[in-house]
Design a protein around this ligand. Structure first.
Ligand SMILES: O=C(CO)[C@H](O)[C@H](O)COP(=O)(O)O
Length: 219
């Protein structure tokens, strides 16, 4: 199976976590696109979705799935999203699609984060994938110096303006051995909107697609 087929496989597997009549949280990315398509074709009628990006909102609406504002719900039972990296504790790096801030907001509303990913995303230590950090534009240079002090190299993602009118720094060269402490520290730096380490809002379940099918990891 190629990577696209694995994404479709885990997108379909995530339907097991969707209850008819519920409002669900929906993430962003090519794997989530597969989930949205699978949901639309499944006949499971959800009451609606809280979306983490303009991209997912468009796709949900194209399928006739109602999209609600985050402010209209007080909580969600489940949030389904992909990841750029996930470790054996359910800690993740996210934001490859530049949607990390809204993803963290919607994830925070949910009781359960179900991560859908192909097996290439499972890592021992987070940090090989360039870490996305959404930043206020005027802080970008200073934040790049702060990451350099940690041994990282921050590069402004060219031509990208987020759904929140901010910029993305991609940071290479970090080995994030303590994701909870790293997220807590970087979140405090002035000008950081969201760091793409999801530790406080980690996954409780990961549906990992590989040659043998879907493996369910629980954290
Ligand atoms: O965090 C994300 C978007 O901001 C995505 O979940 C992550 O980039 C994985 O994307 P894909 O499913 O396309 O591999």
């Amino acid at each position: 199976m190629n990577q696209d087929q694995l994404k479709q496989l885990v997108g379909r597997a995530a339907l097991d976590y969707v209850t008819p009549g519920q409002i669900i949280g929906v993430g962003t990315g090519s794997t989530v696109d597969c989930f949205i398509d699978a949901l639309a074709g499944s006949g499971i009628a959800v009451a609606g979705a809280v979306s983490s990006s303009e991209r997912s909102t468009q796709r949900l609406r194209q399928h006739g799935i109602p999209v609600l504002d985050a402010a209209e719900v007080s909580g969600l039972t489940v949030y389904i999203d992909g990841a750029d990296e996930i470790d054996s504790n359910g800690y993740m790096v996210k934001g490859g699609g530049a949607a990390l801030t809204r993803e963290k907001i919607v994830a925070d509303l949910a009781d359960k984060f179900v991560c859908i990913a192909d097996a290439s995303k499972l890592v021992q230590t987070l940090g090989k994938f360039p870490l996305p950090v959404e930043v206020i534009p005027m802080a970008a240079a200073q934040l790049a110096r702060r990451f350099a002090a940690l041994g990282g190299t921050a590069t402004l993602r060219a031509g990208v303006v987020t759904d929140n009118s901010c910029h993305i720094l991609d940071v290479t060269g970090l080995a994030i051995t303590d994701p909870l402490a790293f997220e807590a520290e970087v979140t405090l730096w002035p000008g950081v909107v969201t760091v793409g380490v999801f530790a406080r809002n980690k996954a409780q379940v990961c549906l990992l697609g590989g040659a043998d099918g879907v493996r369910t990891l629980s954290f």
